[in-house]
Structures are given as structure tokens and as C-alpha cells.
Design a protein around this ligand. Structure first.
Ligand SMILES: *Cc1c(COP(=O)(O)O)cnc(C)c1O
Length: 361
């Protein structure tokens, strides 16, 4: 069975080299006679896996020494609860609403503190990023929250908000490791890994040390308290060993392939192929304001539901799969993460060209 070009928004495509390496290690990981799924998380073999993964992500991203890297379970969504619980001091937080994921994070935070929604792009179905240069930041805000790449709507922040000195918390699930970032500009950067990095269920948090506190609300579940995992090197209970191992392989793959600077170049090159085509097409059009376009998730429509469905069906038959858009946007969405080769995007654009020729009346 041949592999397809998988444009899924997540869980999403992983590098073929990584999958092959994991397959080769499956029955006998490096001579220890068992797979990574079967070994104790307290074993020296796993200790080496998690320590190496942390070392490699620190190198890749350039994480300063005063930031901790934590491997949590529960995916991105679990941190929607952990963030307000761990950062609550004055009991106020400012949220910028640029789509479903920011909306859900704000709803969850509201259980624990007062949430101000200080900007939103809901008026145009989240097709742009609001101007965040001079927002009404609350003097008492414990943090300012953004979703840096909006997986569903295909928008991405190319300038971080002016938080007026407050700590910035960013959900980077769908742009994680897609380009270099300056960690110092954030209090917390976190991402569920199944979009761009690894298998679902694991979330990686990069947190400035002073934000990892003991004085969190008493009712905070032990596993949601960042200090629990920080004190135990992410091994308070049995972690998602398999996901951590695969992420470690992906980090090695990224380091070998030029790191985040090179990923950034390749990702922008792939996205340009698709956006340039969309900009001149008479059948397809992008749904997002040009200046805010995501390099990872590219939604587009024909404006005709039946035509969209026909396109998705024919693309699937041609080995270009998971192109159906999210129900809130309709049409199509191509997620072109790190592991999507340029050849996949070229094939998609070629297919769209042919489809347009045949179907444009
Ligand atoms: C997918 C996604 C999430 C949710 O991740 P889960 O691991 O399913 O909880 C959160 N934020 C963003 C930006 C996402 O793309």
C-alpha cells in the first residue's frame, strides 16, 4: 500500500524517515529486547530517551536556561485549564479571540478567573488577526493569551501583541517548530504535538521558571499543577512514553535537516506555491486576509458546495487526502506542516490547475 499525501490538520503527517526508524526499533529498541511501549518509564533506557528529547528541543528552539520544558498528557486542551490555575494571582486574564481554540481556552479559564476578551476577529468569521498594537490590557491581568496559529481558520500572528509588560501565553499547537521563535518574549509557550511534531495526547510546555509556583489554588488537580511535573522532570506519573520517543526522533530529524531556520524557509516556499496559485485562480479562492495568512493551514473555497465536494472526492481518488475544510469555514483546507514534502504541494497545485480547467464554465 502506497503512502498518500495527507493534508490532515491533525493528527497529521509525520516524516517518513521517522516512521521507518520507529518501525525498525519496534520489536527491539537498541538491543534492549523490547519496544519503547513496553519499558519502564523509570528505566535507564527511557531516561536517556526523555533527557535527549529535552536537550534536542532546547537546541532546536534556543530555549533559555530559565525556562523549563515539561511533557504533559491531556493534549493542548488540558492546558486550557492548567494555565489559569497556575497563573492566577490577581484573578484576571486578557484573551484575544481569533478562533475556536482561543474561544475554548477563554471559556475554560472563566471557571477560575475573570476573563476579558480584549480583541476578537469574530465579526469576519476569524479571517484576520486583529490589530494588537494598543489593546486595553487590564492593569491587573495575570497574563495575555493568544492562539498563535489558528488551525481552523488559517490565520497566524506575524507580530506578537503588545502586552504592555504582561506575560504572554501562546498556544502554538499548529505552528510548533515550524519557524524560529524568541522564547524570551513569552511567559508560556505550549503546543499539543499532533499537528506538527508527533502523536496525539502529549503537550509540550515551555515555561519561564518564576511562573511555576507552589501557591496555586488548593483545588488544583495534582497533575495540572506545573510544579508537580517540574519537580519530577515530567515523571510524576507514567508519561506518554511512546509520544515522547517519537517527538525525540522528530527533533533529531529537524536538527539533521537544518533546524527551524531551514524549516521556515521550506514552509514559506511551500505555502507560496499554494497561495500564488490561489491568488490567480478563477475557481478557487483563499478565505483569509493576505497579511495574516498561515504558513501551516491554508483554507480555500470555490463558493459552490457541490463543486467543493466534487473537488475533495476527486483529490482523494488521486491520493491527495484529508482536504475537506472545517465545517465552520466550509470548502477545503490544506495543512502543509513540516513533514509535508514540497512534492506534495506541487502535486496538489497541479491537480487544482487541472480541476479548474475541466470545471470552470
Ligand atoms: C488541535 C488544537 C488544540 C487541541 O489539541 P488537543 O491535543 O486535541 O487537545 C488546541 N489548540 C490548537 C491551536 C489546535 O490546533
Amino acid at each position: 500500500m502506497a503512502r498518500v499525501y495527507n493534508f490532515s490538520a491533525g493528527p497529521a503527517v509525520l516524516p517518513e524517515e521517522v516512521l521507518k526508524e520507529a518501525a525498525a526499533d519496534m520489536l527491539d529498541y537498541k538491543g534492549c529486547g523490547m519496544s519503547v511501549m513496553e519499558m519502564s518509564h523509570r528505566s535507564s533506557v527511557f531516561d536517556e530517551i526523555i533527557k535527549t528529547a529535552e536537550k534536542d528541543i532546547r537546541t532546536l528552539v534556543g530555549i533559555p536556561d530559565n525556562y523549563k520544558v515539561l511533557f504533559h498528557q491531556g493534549g493542548g486542551t488540558m492546558q486550557f485549564s492548567a494555565i489559569p490555575l497556575n497563573l492566577k494571582k490577581n484573578g484576571v486574564a486578557d484573551y484575544i479571540i481569533t478562533g475556536n481554540w482561543a474561544k475554548k481556552a477563554a471559556q475554560e479559564a472563566e471557571k477560575y478567573l475573570k476573563v476579558n476578551r480584549i480583541a476578537s476577529s469574530a465579526d469576519k468569521n476569524f479571517s484576520y488577526i486583529p490589530d494588537c498594537s494598543d489593546l486595553p490590557i487590564d492593569d491587573d491581568a495575570d497574563y495575555v493569551y493568544i492562539c498563535e496559529n489558528n488551525t481552523i481558520y488559517g490565520t497566524e500572528y506575524w507580530t506578537l501583541p503588545n502586552t504592555k509588560g504582561k506575560d504572554l501565553v501562546a498556544d502554538v499547537s499548529s505552528c510548533f517548530l515550524s519557524r524560529p521563535i524568541d522564547v524570551k518574549k513569552y511567559g508560556v509557550v505550549y503546543g499539543g504535538v499532533q499537528k506538527n511534531v508527533g502523536p496525539a495526547g502529549l503537550v509540550i510546555d515551555i515555561i519561564r521558571e518564576d511562573l511555576i509556583r507552589d501557591d496555586v489554588p488548593e483545588y488544583t488537580p495534582v497533575l495540572l499543577k506545573w510544579k508537580t511535573q517540574a519537580d519530577k522532570d515530567s515523571l510524576y506519573n507514567t508519561p506518554n512514553c511512546w509520544a515522547i520517543y517519537i517527538c525525540g526522533l522528530v527533533f533529531k530529524w529537524l536538527l539533521k535537516n537544518g533546524g527551524l531556520t531551514e524549516m521556515d524557509r521550506k514552509n514559506k516556499e511551500k505555502a507560496k506555491l499554494l497561495y500564488d496559485f490561489l491568488d490567480q485562480s478563477k475557481l478557487f479562492k483563499g478565505t483569509v486576509e493576505k497579511k495574516d495568512r498561515s504558513v501551516m493551514n491554508v483554507p480555500f473555497v470555490t463558493g459552490d458546495k457541490d463543486m467543493d465536494a466534487k473537488f475533495v472526492a476527486e483529490a482523494t481518488a488521486a491520493g491527495l487526502v484529508n482536504l475537506k475544510g472545517h465545517r465552520t469555514v466550509g470548502g477545503m483546507r490544506a495543512s502543509i506542516y513540516n513533514a509535508m514534502p514540497k512534492a506534495g504541494v506541487e502535486k496538489l497545485v497541479g491537480f487544482m490547475e487541472e480541476f479548474e480547467k475541466k470545471n470552470l464554465k
